[in-house]
Structure formats: C-alpha cells, structure tokens
Ligand binder design. Structure first.
Ligand code: HEC
Ligand code: HEC
Length: 285
C-alpha cells in the first residue's frame, strides 16, 4: 500500500496538509448478517474496466470493531429503524389515487434484486434513473402523491427498505449500451481534482485507501452499503449526500443531490463495486 502513496505526487502534498498519516490494513473479518446472510465484502479482483483497483473492499472493513459488529445483527443496526418506518409507509395509501406501494408491488420483498442494478437506464424516460427517481416516478405518476425530497427521511428510509431485501446479492450495474455515456461522465468526474485542495475522488479512495486521514481510516469509497447509518449524524444518509460531503471537504463548491453530475458519478462509483454484496443499510461513523 505504501507504493500507492509514492504515486500521489502533488495530491500527496495536499493530503499531507490535510493530515494524512499511517497505514493500517483493512480489518481481516467476515460479515454474516443475522447469522444467515453471507456478505461479499472483499474480492481479490476488481472488474477489468476499473484500471486503478486490483482488489475491492467494502467500507465495512475500515470501520472500528464495534461499528462492524453493529451491522451483523438487525437488532443492533440502527439503520433498521428506518427500514421499519418505511415498512409502515409502504402499506399506507397516499396521494389522489388512494394507493399505497403495496397496492401494486405486494410486499417489499418483491423488490429483491432491485438495489443491485441501480442506477439503471429507464427506457420509458430515456435517461439514467437512481432508486430515488423510480420511487418518485411511482409517487407522482402512479399515486398522485407529492415527490419526496432526495434527502428526506421518507425517501432515505424507503431506499433502506428496498436495499435491505437485496442484502447479500452482488452489485451488478450495467455500464454498456445507453448507460455508457453516463459511465464515461462519472469516470471523468472521479478523476477530476476539485476545490482548493485539488483532490479527486481517486486521490483519496484509490491511491490512499488504508491510510488514515485525520482520525478516519480511508476506504475505497464504495457505495454498496448505502444508505448508510452514520453514527456521527445519528441518521441514515443517501449516496449523494455522502458525495456532497466529500466534495465539500476539498473546499469546492459542490453539486446538488439529484443533479445530473451526481447521477453519473453514482453509476460510475457503483460499477467500481460490482461484485461486492449489497449491504444497505450499513453502519459507518
Ligand atoms: C399504481 C401502481 C404502483 C404504485 C402505487 C407504486 N408503484 Fe412502483 N412501479 C409500478 C410499475 C408499473 C413499475 C414499473 C414496472 C416494474 O418494474 O414493476 C414500478 C417500478 C418501481 C420501481 C423500480 C423497480 C425496478 O425494478 O426498476 C421501484 C423502486 C418502485 N416502483 C417503488 C415504489 C414505491 C416505493 C412505491 C410507493 C411509494 C411504489 N413503487 C408505488 C407501479 C406502482
Ligand atoms: C480528502 C479525501 C477525500 C476525497 C477527495 C473524497 N473523499 Fe470520500 N471519504 C473520505 C473520508 C475520510 C471518508 C470516510 C472514511 C471512508 O469511508 O473512507 C469518505 C467516505 C466516502 C464514502 C462512504 C463509503 C462507505 O462505505 O461508507 C463514499 C461513497 C465516498 N467517500 C465517495 C467519494 C467520492 C465519489 C469522491 C469524489 C467526488 C470522494 N469520496 C472524495 C475522504 C475523501
């Protein structure tokens, strides 16, 4: 891992300024949720189209022992409170059509597999759609209900419920066909240096995972665990909210949750995790 440090160049100088220090290996541990869902939290080989990674690690490996343990049991995982709340919403009619999610989709288990392929190209709409967009499409066009804000509790809880029924399944987003231009855009963003610190996502999450930045053990910045319950905020956090925070940390103006830029970036980052299990809702600090 120290070899990657040498490759950093000016980014390394910037990182040193922001407090980069010692390396520690990702925890050598395995995650089995509720004693029955075996999670793929690491692989020895990243997909071929990801040039800068030879191995994949879920962010779970970089958290402290007690944080990792919380995610292994639904009774200890505080993110499951959001899942429960969404279960109530799932069954409740809303909007002018008097329909609930359950009217058309039966149980939330009918969503098994959906999280693993999000975001995906929505043929009907002719654009890349994240899970939030599919949910709002149903609310506005099929229920006659108001769209939920991207980072509202209702929305993040619902994405947690829909993710939870795919736990253990490998992430498998499509990057070819109509998805290709979005993927290219996301990839370019991933390697673009932002802000006064002139740091790209890759400077931290590809060149320096395993190193500490201030008190944080840097992960690969994977999104297979989203939404994540952040102990620091005591709530569930969306993928775009995390992107926003990371860009803000480089002291750059950031994009908005739901913006075309973050949708493209989500597809690219998701593809870096193809093969890792869906973990959401996961627990992070
Ligand atoms: C009036 C019927 C109806 C209601 C009510 C409804 N949906 Fe849908 N939903 C659909 C249809 C039809 C599709 C597109 C076809 C499909 O994939 O099942 C869809 C697609 C989806 C998808 C994308 C699935 C995929 O595989 O791409 C998600 C996620 C979703 N709905 C979530 C919800 C949620 C959450 C609610 C409640 C807030 C809801 N839906 C309410 C009919 C409905
Ligand atoms: C200055 C270094 C830095 C940069 C640049 C940076 N991040 Fe992060 N990121 C962090 C730190 C620190 C954390 C928290 C510890 C961890 O999970 O790596 C984090 C966490 C994350 C997580 C959560 C991972 C998980 O498993 O919970 C994601 C996703 C993420 N970053 C994506 C990005 C993306 C995409 C970019 C580029 C837009 C980016 N980051 C830029 C430092 C950075």
């Amino acid at each position: 891992m120290n070899m990657r440090l040498l490759a950093g160049g000016c980014a390394l100088a910037a990182l040193t300024l922001t407090g980069l220090s010692a390396t520690a290996d990702p925890a050598d541990d395995t995650l089995v949720v509720n004693g029955e869902i075996n999670m793929i939290t690491r692989t020895d080989k990243a997909p071929d189209y990801i040039e800068g990674l030879s191995e994949q690690y879920s962010g779970w490996h970089f958290r402290e022992d007690d944080t990792r343990v919380m995610q292994a049991d639904d009774f200890d995982n505080p993110g499951m409170l959001g899942v429960e709340a969404a279960q109530g919403v799932w069954d409740t009619a809303d909007g002018t059509e008097g329909k609930a999610c359950a009217t058309c989709h039966e149980g939330a288990e009918s969503m098994a597999g959906v999280r693993a392929v999000m975001p995906k190209f929505n043929e009907e709409k002719g654009e890349m759609y994240t899970m939030e967009m599919y949910i709002n499409q149903c609310r506005t066009e099929r229920m006659g209900a108001e769209a939920w804000d991207w980072d509202s509790a209702d929305m993040v809880n619902m994405t947690a419920l829909i993710s939870s029924v795919s736990r253990g399944m490998p992430m498998n987003v499509a990057i070819d066909g109509p998805a290709a231009p979005y993927w290219e855009q996301g990839k370019e963003m991933y390697y673009t240096r932002y802000g006064q610190l002139e740091l790209s996502c890759s400077n931290c999450h590809e060149d320096n995972y395993g190193n500490y930045i201030r008190a944080d053990h840097l992960s690969q910045g994977q999104i297979n665990g989203f939404p994540v319950y952040r102990l620091k905020d005591a709530k569930l956090s969306s993928i775009h909210n995390r992107f926003k925070g990371c860009i803000r940390d480089t002291r750059a103006e950031t994009f908005k949750p739901g913006s075309p830029e973050f949708i493209a970036l989500e597809l690219y980052v998701a593809s870096r995790g193809n093969g890792l299990s869906v973990e959401g809702p996961s627990v992070r600090n």
